[in-house]
Write a new protein. Structure first.
Length: 138
């Protein structure tokens, strides 16, 4: 599987490193060259330096051949714009997007984009753990 990840921050770099270690074909895009220093030493994918909102950068990442795009920047607006570009220009590519502000989830077409809210994941996990603790005490 060929995966393009936009954003080489904590989440993007960790995911890219794990996918690379599992022998997935990975390209990671970031506008900051220094961000790639967060990748694992064993990372065997490709790095593209540039603004992912520019169509030429997305073409350079070979998004047209990708099975999956993961928009994982720390900016909800940029992630939204990237998913919109991808849906228009690369309609056969599956999309997963990181959303920081859960109230923005409804902006996405859930039939076309898999939306992950870190806040919701965190809150739901803590809530489930609390319920489990309460049940164990009974």
């Amino acid at each position: 599987m060929y995966v393009v990840i936009i954003g080489c921050g904590r989440s993007g770099s960790r995911l890219a490193s794990q996918l690379s270690k599992a022998n997935y074909d990975v390209v990671i895009v970031d506008k900051d060259k220094e961000a790639f220093s967060s990748l694992a030493i064993e990372f065997s994918g490709f790095q593209v330096i540039g603004n992912a909102l520019e169509y030429d950068i997305l073409k350079k990442s070979r998004l047209d051949s990708a099975d999956l795009l993961i928009a994982a920047t720390g900016n909800d607006k940029i992630n939204y714009m990237i998913t919109q570009i991808c849906q228009l220009k690369f309609p056969d590519t599956n999309i997963i997007v990181r959303v920081i502000a859960p109230e923005l989830i409804d902006l996405y077409d859930s039939n076309k984009v898999n939306v992950l809210s870190e806040t919701d994941i965190f809150v739901n996990r803590i809530f489930a753990d609390i319920k489990d603790m309460q049940e164990e005490k009974q």
